[in-house]
Design a protein around this ligand. Structure first.
Ligand code: AMP
Ligand code: ZN
Length: 452
């Protein structure tokens, strides 16, 4: 399995640093609002990565942090006049529900920043002891980028270390404003009740120190992979490397991967630009989790993806085609013509997660199944779906018996009616299916139909 490493800017064979397990850290959500589908492009990319590693027979230990203290969460909680923990809980819960809707495999650990303040303080103390961090007049603590010679190696910028000396208190800034960044922020009036005692006075951690402290706690001082959206590359990931490597003297992460942005009319989808859709917005419009997942993963993760409703419509049609083909198939030993497509599929996913190539193999299989009028191909579809997570096997009965065409046709009509929220029509079709001796059940993933 080869992946593109942002650090070396090369495709590299993925080999675990130890044993048969890949230790993976994925930057998670800031829980101050509902995540938008741009965020979910990053999380579905990471889910595909995880599934491809597993597809190759390796284990994954994934850690995804929850940023539940930062400028945005504090502002939100104080404006709503509720404790920070109550404010963030709503969005943490929503996030986990959304992961389920998108069929994203859960990570092994979801550490919350507010549960790891002592670990962050300990890491800052280590940097202070080494003379790499310093306390400013107001009681904040900064990382001195001139003291870490490797600074800029991920973003591939060669800073003139003599020139920098400015400080940047904000968590997010661009390359032009590089300077010493905050590890610990002194308490301010606007923080209200939020704050922790530290050797430098009351305050709260900076955003970057959170990920260094929590990743090393759960994955060790050196681990395999670290990922996020491309906007995380600088300064967030650059700063994570600086903090960790300056403290331990060991290489922090071997492979860095970043996905390109989801855009709307050519612009990055983001809360601040106001051009975003949450997952809930799309569900309310009648699209399903798997249709949205299909759109998010059906592009190469390193190419920009422009969001359009027409893509969701196409996803619906494509998935219906797959469902119809799957319904023709049975269990049993797969024929060579099907295994060939599985081979193409494996080659594609192992080539830096080439999902467009993987979907091409899936649809080549669908065409072949249709021309053979079925076959013992279910195992091949299931193997592909180990990575894709979008195929619906519900319409086929456990014994592998396919539903009568008449029932299939009614189910397809009913899916369309439900998507249009035409509940009366949906009920009428349920009765029509029942009259043929079949029962339909609805779930988030669509309809399941079994013989009564
Ligand atoms: P945030 O909550 O802003 O820290 O973002 C959480 C994750 O979503 C990070 O990995 C970001 O890089 C990623 N992300 C944010 N906006 C987009 C977007 N429009 N497209 C893809 N990934 C994004
Ligand atoms: Zn992070």
């Amino acid at each position: 399995m080869k992946v593109y490493n942002s650090l070396t800017r090369q495709d590299e064979e993925l080999q675990p640093l130890a044993g048969d397990e890949i230790r993976l850290y994925t930057c998670g959500p800031t829980v101050y609002n509902f995540a938008h589908i741009g965020n979910f492009r990053a999380y579905t990319f990471e889910d595909v990565l995880r599934r491809v590693i597993e597809f190759n027979g390796l284990k994954v230990r994934q850690v995804m942090n929850l940023t539940d203290v930062d400028d945005k969460t504090i502002r939100g909680a104080n404006a709503a006049k509720v404790p920070l923990a109550d404010y963030t809980k709503t969005y943490k819960d929503a996030f986990f529900a959304d992961l389920k809707t998108l069929n994203i495999e859960p990570a092994e650990v979801y550490p919350a920043a507010t549960d790891h303040i002592p670990e962050m303080i300990a890491l800052v103390e280590k940097l202070m002891a080494k003379g790499i961090a310093y306390r400013s007049e107001d009681g904040s603590v900064y990382f001195n980028v001139r003291k870490f010679p490797g600074y800029g190696k991920l973003a591939h910028i060669d800073f003139d270390h003599q020139q920098t000396g400015a400080r940047c208190a904000a968590d997010e800034y661009d390359k032009e404003n590089v300077g010493d960044f905050a590890l610990w922020k002194a308490w301010e009036e606007s923080d209200g009740p939020v704050g922790w005692d530290s050797p430098w006075g009351r305050g709260r951690p900076g955003w970057h120190i959170e990920c260094s402290a929590m990743s090393m706690k759960y994955l060790g001082e050196s681990f395999d992979m670290h990922t996020g959206g491309i906007d995380n590359l600088f300064p967030h990931h650059e700063n994570e490397i600086a903090q960790a490597e300056a403290a331990t003297g060991k290489p922090f992460v071997r492979t860095w991967m970043h996905c390109a942005h989801l855009r709307v009319n050519g612009e990055k989808m983001s809360k601040s630009a106001g051009n975003f859709f949450t997952l809930r917005d799309l569900l309310e419009k009648g699209y399903t989790g798997r249709e949205i997942r299909y759109v998010l993963i059906n592009a190469h993760y390193r190419t920009g993806l422009n969001f359009a409703f027409s893509a969701l419509e196409d996803a619906r049609k494509s998935l219906e085609r797959v469902d119809r083909s799957v319904a023709l198939c049975t269990d049993g030993e797969a024929p060579d013509w099907a295994l060939k497509h599985l081979d193409d599929f494996a080659k594609a996913v192992n080539d830096d997660l080439n999902l467009p190539g993987a979907f091409a193999a899936l649809f080549a299989l669908v065409r072949d199944v249709n021309s053979h009028n079925g076959g013992s191909v279910l195992s091949v579809f299931k193997r592909m779906d180990r990575v894709l997570g979008v195929i619906f096997f519900g319409k086929t009965e456990p014994a592998g018996q396919k539903l009568p065409d008449e029932v299939e046709a009614l189910l397809a009509e009913r899916a369309t009616a439900r998507a249009a929220k035409n509940w009366a029509e949906s009920d009428r079709l349920r009765d029509a299916i029942a009259a043929l001796g079949y029962a339909v059940k609805d779930s988030r993933d669509g309809q399941t139909c079994v013989k009564k």
